[in-house]
Design a protein around this ligand. Structure first.
Ligand code: G
Ligand code: G
Ligand code: MN
Ligand code: NA
Length: 250
């Protein structure tokens, strides 16, 4: 297809970009890391969302090449941040089904020179479900190397609680669907409260996604949520704007 060819070309021509969104420690109101988000704007097609082109690359069998380019760029950018900040990178389902993924990712950050302890990988419940045995193996290899793993979009997939028991994660990211309704309905507030309390028991860090205003930030702090992310703290921005964002703060 036209879009597939354009994407393949964009990868080769190094035109797929990475943006970064701050992740904040709500207890101290400081930036602790950034999530890398793929961005692609094609000359003819215009802006194409990663929710379109990531699944396309998976289907067409070139997700590895795409992910490698993205991780390389993201890790390179992270080298110029203050050294304690982490880089959070999204893994796709296809990557979690491929046993070679852990060594591939580790070799990329090793080449770039990023400490594995500064890398965090976001995986979704749905991706974990696809081939749980392989996914589990990948996750434990990565964690053994010092990489942290977070469960992304928590609350929207299936059998979330079972996953938390069977897998070793470091962090849970509460999907923004709950956060966006926190001011409007009590149910979302109760759900977040329950997730926070469960994660305390399991010794998992909690990140609330999609915080868009001060009121939401206050509420999430009051609920005991340790970390947050969203437009209120910063929209995804390119590497240069991210450095500017950091130098305004440090
Ligand atoms: O940034 P945005 O909201 O447009 O992202 C849409 C979706 O694409 C999100 O679910 C996000 O996790 C996913 N996504 C963004 N960048 C990447 C990436 O580099 N790899 C993978 N696998 N998914 C990504
Ligand atoms: O699936 P994942 O959580 O990786 O997706 C992250 C996506 O959420 C990014 O594409 C980002 O653009 C989007 N996002 C981040 N913060 C906010 C926010 O505060 N509001 C909304 N609507 N989207 C957000
Ligand atoms: Mn994510
Ligand atoms: Na998410």
């Amino acid at each position: 297809t036209q879009i597939e060819q354009a994407l393949r070309n964009a990868i080769i021509a190094d035109q797929v970009d990475v943006h970064f969104q701050p992740i904040v420690d709500l207890r101290s109101d400081t930036v602790v890391g950034f999530e890398a988000l793929a961005r692609w704007c094609d000359a003819d097609l215009g802006y194409v969302s990663p929710s379109i082109f990531v699944p396309l690359a998976e289907e067409r069998g070139f997700i590895e090449q795409l992910a490698e380019t993205l991780l390389r760029k993201a890790a390179q950018a992270a080298l110029s941040w203050p050294k304690e900040l982490f880089l959070s990178f999204n893994l796709s389902s296809a990557q979690l089904m491929d046993p070679a993924t852990s060594s591939r990712l580790l070799s990329i950050i090793n080449q770039v020179g990023l400490d594995p302890r500064r890398l965090e990988l976001e995986i979704t419940e749905t991706a974990v479900m696809a081939d749980a045995d392989v996914a589990q193996k990948i996750v434990s290899e990565l964690r053994a190397a010092g990489v942290r793993v977070s469960l992304d979009d928590f609350g929207t997939g299936q059998s979330s609680l079972g996953r938390l028991r069977d897998f070793s994660f470091d962090k849970v990211k509460i999907d923004r669907a709950f956060v966006s309704r926190i001011s409007a309905d009590r149910a979302s507030e109760h759900i977040i409260k329950a997730i926070v309390s469960m994660c305390e028991g399991l010794e998992l860090e909690v990140v609330a996604e999609g915080i868009e205003d001060f009121a939401e930030a206050l509420k999430l702090k009051a609920l005991g949520c340790g970390m947050g992310q969203g437009y209120f703290y910063g929209k995804p921005a390119d590497a240069v704007a991210t450095m500017r964002y950091l130098s305004d703060r440090y």
